[in-house]
Design a protein around this ligand. Structure first.
Ligand code: HEC
Ligand code: HEC
Length: 419
């Protein structure tokens, strides 16, 4: 199409839009009587008085929500099926075209998709022209505009990259979203086939289909996105809410005597940078007895008593010292050392070489209780790096140690309490 044709086309469309707008305005605000003969025929004649008053003279009692409900909302819906507008002689019924213009939604099973098709090959130039300015070539994003591709496997990270490919559950949403609202600022200017081709290109950029695959109203619903099973119905209203609804206990609520099991200095709630913890001399750190002795209040630190049998030779004292610091993250739930007790988590004295889920009087999750095997360096490294990924269903509510060197230091520290 030549430039001038495009221009005239634009002007014509603009005038057209203005006329439609003016007509709609007049229709809504000026036309006093329905002009559509079809609608006229539908009008009950004579127009009956409303059965119930729409609004009572006195405002409904604000303290009684039932009055509000029955008074106003109820009256508006009084005649089942009967259009209130018609009953009062206002407006007209929406035309099928008008309903269709609003009724855009597409369901995961493909309901609502118009007939059409396109491939990523056809979509690439369309995407470059209409979308890449914001979403980047290959849909990988520009600056802070949303990335539409990549991010696979990052959903469990602290900083996940949620894209169409990594996060969205259904392909239908891509079609619907692009068709409905993109390109940003010029929504609904693309033809249906163009939308199919662009959707194909986005799927292709996420390595979900190849560039010749024809995405159509038939094939789109058959494509499964990687995160299709990643969404669950939120049933907390049924499963959890009742647990929190009990009458709250306000006095003498705890039947066992209260005892102090840990203190803030032991828990390491104050960041190390502030110098809250006395510096550990690396030379002496191999011996946990010494490490424990540097704690300001030994009485308050049942968690770190002298170790039964510090491992021989192989332990690097610096690593052990690092591990002790990192153990600050575990202390809220685990004790270690002589006399260590089970708390939220099982005690960890001698955990290396111990049966997995092996402490008799600790109530493990069935996931961990049924695992079998013993904790060695490899199983521990996997578990500490990604607890919930390694033992699916574990009740250890800890995200994991992100750095390999932290895991190694932790294992050295655990080893220093015997194995
Ligand atoms: C002028 C910039 C711009 C252009 C051009 C543009 N978009 Fe967008 N797009 C955005 C913005 C901004 C958002 C986020 C909107 C929001 O969150 O409400 C977005 C969101 C999206 C999303 C949803 C992303 C998500 O994960 O939530 C998709 C899919 C998308 N755009 C596709 C397209 C396609 C296809 C085109 C071309 C036909 C296009 N966009 C053109 C700016 C743009
Ligand atoms: C929020 C509490 C919590 C934190 C923090 C926590 N754990 Fe745990 N840990 C648990 C629980 C609960 C279990 C039992 C898991 C199960 O039954 O599924 C457990 C189990 C373990 C086990 C398996 C023990 C066995 O007897 O089989 C090891 C090893 C372990 N944790 C190490 C650590 C380390 C090391 C850290 C710190 C880096 C840590 N945990 C942080 C609560 C915690």
């Amino acid at each position: 199409m030549s430039k001038s044709l495009k221009l005239y086309g634009g002007v014509a469309a603009g005038i057209g839009l203005m006329l439609v707008g003016a007509y709609n305005f007049a229709d809504r605000n000026i036309a006093g009587y329905p002009s559509n003969p079809q609608v006229l025929a539908n009008l009950p004649a004579p127009i009956p008085e409303p059965v119930a008053p729409v609004q009572t003279a006195a405002a409904p009692d604000a303290a009684d929500p039932a009055a509000l409900d029955g008074g106003i909302v109820g009256a508006a819906h009084a005649d089942n099926g009967d259009s209130t507008g018609l009953r009062f002689g206002l407006g007209r019924e929406a035309l099928p075209e008008e309903v269709a213009a609003w009724d855009l939604d597409v369901s995961p099973d493909g309901t609502g998709l118009p007939v059409g098709s396109g491939t990523a090959l056809a979509g690439e130039p369309l995407f470059e022209e209409n979308c890449a300015a914001c979403h980047g070539s290959f849909a990988e994003g520009v600056g802070n505009w949303p990335k539409l591709a990549g991010g696979g496997g990052t959903l469990a990270d602290d900083d996940p990259l949620k894209t169409v490919g990594s996060y969205w559950p259904y392909t239908s949403t891509i079609w619907d979203y692009v068709h409905r609202s993109m390109p940003f600022g010029a929504a609904q200017t693309l033809s249906d086939d163009d939308v199919y081709a662009i959707v194909a290109y986005i799927l292709y950029s996420n390595d979900i289909i190849d560039d010749a695959f024809e995405v159509s109203n038939d094939t789109l619903p058959t494509i499964t996105l990687p995160n299709a099973d990643g969404f669950v119905v939120d049933d907390r209203a049924q499963t959890e809410y009742s647990l929190w609804r009990a009458e709250p206990c306000m006095e003498n609520c705890k039947d066992s005597p209260v005892e102090i099991t840990m203190r803030a200095t032991v828990l390491d709630v104050t960041p190390d940078e502030a110098g809250a913890e006395p510096a550990v001399d690396p030379a002496s750190a191999a011996d946990p007895a010494e490490v424990a002795a540097t704690d300001p209040d030994p009485d308050a630190a049942p968690a770190v008593p002298p170790a039964a049998a510090p491992a021989e030779g192989s332990l690097d004292p610096e690593r052990v010292a690092d591990g002790k610091k990192i153990f600050g993250k575990c202390k809220a739930c685990h004790q270690i050392g002589d006399g260590a007790k089970n708390r939220t988590g099982p005690h960890l004295t001698g955990v290396i070489g111990r049966a997995i889920g092996g402490i008799e009087d600790f109530k493990y999750s069935s996931a961990m209780a049924d695992m079998g095997g013993t904790w060695d360096e490899d199983t521990l490294a996997a578990f500490l790096g990604n607890p919930r990924g390694t033992v699916k269903g574990t009740k250890m509510a800890f995200a994991g140690l992100r750095k390999d060197e932290d895991v190694a230091a932790m294992i050295a520290y655990l080893k220093s309490f015997g194995q």
